[in-house]
Write a protein that binds this ligand. Sequence first.
Ligand code: C2E
Ligand code: CA
Ligand code: CA
Length: 755
Amino acid sequence: MSRHVREKDKTLTPVLILGTVVLAVCILICVSYVIDLRKRYIQDTENNFRQHMDMAGLVIEQSFDQMLQNTTAAANRLEQLEKESTDVDRIQRILLEYRNVNNLDEMIYVKKNGMTYFYEEQPYFAMSEKQLDAIIVDQTIITISNDNVVDDTNGIVVVSAPVHDGDGTQIGSVVSVKTLNGILQNHSFAYLRDSGQMFLIGKEGYVYDLAVTQERQIKSKETNFFVRLRSMSKGSTANKQRIQTLKNKTLASNVVTGKLKGADGADLYVIVDKIDTDMSLYLAECYSEEVFAGRLTPIVNRSILVCVLIFILMALVIAFMWNHMKRTSDTIRKLAYMDSITKGKNFNYFLEKAILIIKDNQEIPYLVQRFDISNFRYINEAYGHIKADELLTVIIMEGEKVFGSKELIVRMNADQFVLLVQNSADYLNRFAIFEDNVNMRALELGIKFPIRLKSGIYQVRRDDYDINVMVDRANVARKSLSAKSKEMYAYYSDRIINDMRKIEKIESEQQTALINGEFKVYLQPKWDINKDKLYGAEALVRWIKDDGNMVYPDTFIPVFENNGFIEQLDFYMLDQVCAEIRKLLDEGKPAFPISVNQSRRLWDNPEYVENVERILRKYDIPSHYVDLEVTETVFFGERDKMIEIITQLKQKEVLLSMDDFGSGYSSLNLLKDIPFDILKIDKDFFSESITSNSSILILTKIIEMAEGLGIHVLCEGVETKEQVHLLRDIGCQYVQGYFYSKPIPLNDFIQKYVS
Ligand code: C2E
Ligand code: CA
Ligand code: CA
């Protein structure tokens, strides 16, 4: 079974592999698509931010430029005015005018002596010495600082431009102030503020727009951007290093980008863009991956969905294929393990399953039993093979009823069965019940012939592992029961092993024995009891060994019939007999018919008739001196072919005897259909039945009928005078038996009976 399961597994494996590969490829494509998309989003987002930062940088530069231009223009106007008058009103108007152009937070005019003009109030000495030193510088300066001039939280941009008198000597400076807040309110910064955090930072990372950033609710009031970055990200060493590199690079290049792990675990991206080289002013933007992650999530989800769908689809396909293959392989397995005739399990199944049962139930003693149906040939012959097949099926059906789940019964071939059965005290009883049931069912089928099962039984031992060996041994035991034996079962035993050895010995010697002439013809007379004289003789083989020991045919004939050597032996006997007849004829002595036993195997040879004819021709003897004895079993099976052979033999005019009639399942039909000359009633039938009146009646009728058909009847095994009388009374003319003589060597026979 396992072999078929493995085969099924093998066919499924490529499907599974293919499925897994397809799935893996799909997942890979999805994953790489998502990764690629993420990269693109990162890049897009960065580009987007950088565009906005460029714009924002431009806005800042423009505001600075405008402040510079405006302040310079105001300074020029004041220079003009100073040449004409120093009217405070006019100064205030100019200051207001230019302050409004730029929407500045403050525009003042500071004279060298410290007098400071405001657009909204009267001038006064508002500046300290130190402040004057910083302001009265003869060049236009722009600075950015956090000097809490306007309020204490916002950075400011301060521009101062010199004002000269007619000689070109500086008399003061115009100073304009604008809060960074004022600049950064521009909508150009909206995106940078809304999508992340924007910082305006100076050299070393000083954050100028603290107020702006604080509006964005940044917890730390830390004024250094890089320190602040640390608190925004996880304080890991990797992050620290990254921040440090960012800081270093900021000094060196125009745009620097970096990535940190944010405190919330999401990636934090940083872009630092230099705006103004003179003032070392930078715009910095920090944004979390959430900016694009939101857009990525549905795509990732969709990809996962696609993978899951593909997976489900694959699983369905594989499940379908698996199911289909399982069904196919189940059918194949069923067929592979099914016996075509009985529809039960077959021998292959037995071989695989029996050993498993034995292994799994080591505590149970098991028997392996091989059995067949006695004279199944006859059932085939008499009832036809359809009925015979039905009988085989019945055996399996009844067997499966009687023998349980831990037991097994199968048909091997023909009428051969094998059974694995638990050995128990009632085991033979169970087998008898099984046999009875079979007989009952056979009767229902119309088979009136008793079904007898011949078994060879092997007792399974603990160390047995080869089921074939066990079956073979059971078979050896079965074969040890001879066809004629009344024993219906035999155990595999030492005796049987012994017998096997004997068989092997016989087989090893057979050929040399034949060449050396160890097979001798013995003759037993056939007596005509009406005329009380010799009628003929039967040739019976004896094996006289070198040492003079005599072996009887019962020992070796079954062996030769089994191995085919019988063909050589039977022709040798026929040859010897014909030679003797020739000799008698040559010597002018009265010859008599001599019968020779012909084993059924000889008839299987298509050249049989020809071979017989060749011997007859070789010795050139009238064929009616030769009598061929065959048993009725010859006609079981291919009856028509056998009748054909018989007809051919009859044409050669040899005599034909049906041997052992009444020992088996003699069919009277045979007598009608087949032209025998002599019907030999078996000695067993005769000795056993002769005492009962009905048997005598049957015998009388058989003799009457046979003689009516022109067939002579000869009774074998006649041992007493009484038997001779009785046989004579019921019309039997020919007898053979110890009463007249045992089989004796050919020469002795000639001496005794031929004068
Ligand atoms: P079979 O052909 O039925 O031969 C008759 C057997 O009955 C012979 O046994 C014979 O000795 C025995 N017999 C004769 N009269 C009596 C009697 O009054 N009482 C008893 N109890 N037995 C009697 P044998 O010679 O031992 O042969 C046994 C069987 O061996 C033969 O049975 C025959 O089937 C077979 N056989 C013998 N020789 C040959 C042979 O050359 N070729 C073949 N194929 N078979 C042979
Ligand atoms: Ca015989
Ligand atoms: Ca006989």
